[in-house]
Write a protein that binds this ligand. Sequence first.
Ligand code: N01
Length: 541
Amino acid sequence: MSAQSSPASRTSEAYDVVIVGAGFAGMYMLHRLRGLGLSARVYEQGGGVGGTWYWNRYPGARCDVESMQYSYSFSDELQQEWDWSERYAPQPEILRYANHVADRFDLRRDIQFDTRVDRAEFDERLNTWSVTTSDGKTVSASFVVLATGCLSNARKPDIKGLDRFNGPVYHTGNWPHDPVDFAGLRVGIIGTGSSGIQSVPVIAEQAKHLTVFQRTPNYSIPARNAALTPEERQRFRDNYPEIRRFARWEARNGIYTDLPDRGALDDGDNERRAKYEARWARGGLTFMSVYNNLGLDKAANDTAASFVREKIAETVKDPATAKLLQPTTYPIGTKRICIDTDYFDTFNRPNVSLVDIKANPIEEITENAVRVAGHDHEIDALVLATGFDAMTGSVARIDIRGRAGRTLNQKWAEGPKTYLGLMSAGFPNLFIITGPGSPSVLSNMIVSIEQHVDWIADCLVYLRERGLATMEAEGGAEEKWVAHVNEVAHGTLYPQANSWYMGANIPGKPRIFMPYIGGVGAYRQICNDVAAKGYEGFVMS
Ligand code: N01
C-alpha cells in the first residue's frame, strides 16, 4: 500500500487513502496515516481546517464541552503546550487551535481546500475507489475515509416566502467570515436549539430589537463560563493521563466528571433538590450526570425537568413568557441539552420578544416580516438557527457507489445501516468516522474521533501486514449491530423526543435513533474485541 504500489488505474493520481473533510477527524486521520507511511489526500470543502468550527461562526458560538477536555489527546506535547483561555472555548479560539494543529503537524501540504468530493465509486475489478471532486478531477484510492462530521449539513427550513425576504438571511451553521453587525436592526431568529440559545443573548445586546421564533422550548443549563487560571490549566495538565483514561473508558459520554452511584428517587426531596442546586451552580453538561437514571426512568427524569422549569420561572419575569420557555413535551436530555450564558435572562430585556410558532406556525415570510397568526413581525435581518441534516446529511450529499453500483443513499433510504458505525456492508474499504451507529454525537466528539481514527489505522496495518486488499462489513454482523443499537436506544427515554438524533427535524427522514447510546467505554471495548478476534464481522480478502 503506497501511492506508487497502488494498482494501475484509469486515473493519474493514486493514493492509499482519500479522506473527506479536514475537521478534527480528518486532520488526525491524516496524521496517523502519515505515521504509517501511507499516502493520503484530504479534500475539504471549506477554505481552511476546523470543520464545524470553520463554519459555525455565529455570535456566541463556543463549545459546551470544557476546553481542557475538548482537545486532542494523541500528543502530550500538544496538550501540554496549548493554553485554553476559558472554561468553554469560544469558536475563534477552537479554530485557532485547529490551525495550530495543522501547522504543528505540517498537515496542510496534503489537504486540498475549497474542494468538495462529489462522487466516490468502487471498482470491484481493481478494488479501488474512484473519487471525483468539485474541481473536475478524479483520483483513485485503495481506501476512503469519510470524516465529514455529524452536524455539517446546515439546513434551511422550508418556509413559504423565505426567498422573498429583502434583508440578509444568515444560517448559524454557515456564518459569514466577516463580523455581522446587528446594531440598530430589528432581527428575527428562528430556532431555539444549542445554536439559537447561544446566539440569542449576544444578538440581543447588539440589535435594536430581537424577535425569537420558538417552535419547541429547550432545557438549558447555565454554562458558568469563566477564564481559566494558570493553576486550573496546570491541574488538568498534571492529571491528563487519568483524565483521558477516564473519559475513554469510564464516562459514558467521554467527559471526565464524577459518576453517580444512585438514582434520583433514591434521595428524598430535600437532598435531591440540594444536589440539583449544586449542579446548577456548577453549570455545564454534567447536570445530567447527577443521578444514574435520568435518561432511563421517566419519574426520575421528571424531577430534573421540573427543577429546570422552576429555574426558568424564577429567572424570567413575565409569567406568560416564562411558561412558553418551559419545555414540557419531552424528557430532559432527550433532545441535546443546551448550555447557555444568560439565555433565559435575555427575555427580561425590553428589546427581546418571544413568539410561539408551535401554536401558530409561521404562515409566511414577506419582504420585511415574519407573519404569524396574521400578524407581521417586522424585521431587517433574519437568523436561521434551524440545525442540520444530522449524521447522514453530509454523507448523503456525496454520490457514493459500492458493489454493483448500488448507492449508499439507496441502501440508507430506510435509515442508516452500519456495522459499529464504521463501515456499511456493500461498501468495501469505505470507513466512516463517528458514523451513525457509534456514540458520536452523544459523546465528547474528540474522544470518539480519536478512537475511530486509531481503530481504522490499526486495521489498515493489519491488512497491510497480511497482504489483504479489501475489508467489508458482513451483512449479518451489520443487521445484528443495527438491532443492538436500536434495542439499547429503546431501553432509554431518548426516542420519546422529536429530536435530530431521531431524524425528526427533517421532513420525510426515517425516524431512527442514529447514535449508539451504550456509552463510549462499552463501545470501545466492543470495537477492541472485534479487532482482537481478527476483525470479527468483517470480511477481508
Ligand atoms: O440545531 P437544532 P442547532 N420552523 O436542530 C427549530 C450541536 N451544537 O444548530 O425543536 C421552525 O438543535 C427547531 O425546532 P424543533 C449540538 O449537538 C453544539 O441549535 O425542531 N423552527 C429547533 O429549535 C446541537 O444539538 C454547540 O421544534 C424550526 C432549532 O430550529 C446540534 O449542534 C452549539 C424549523 C434547531 O435546533 C444542533 O444544534 C451549537 C422550522 N421549519 C450546536 N426547523 C455547542 O457545543 C427547525 N426549527 C454549544
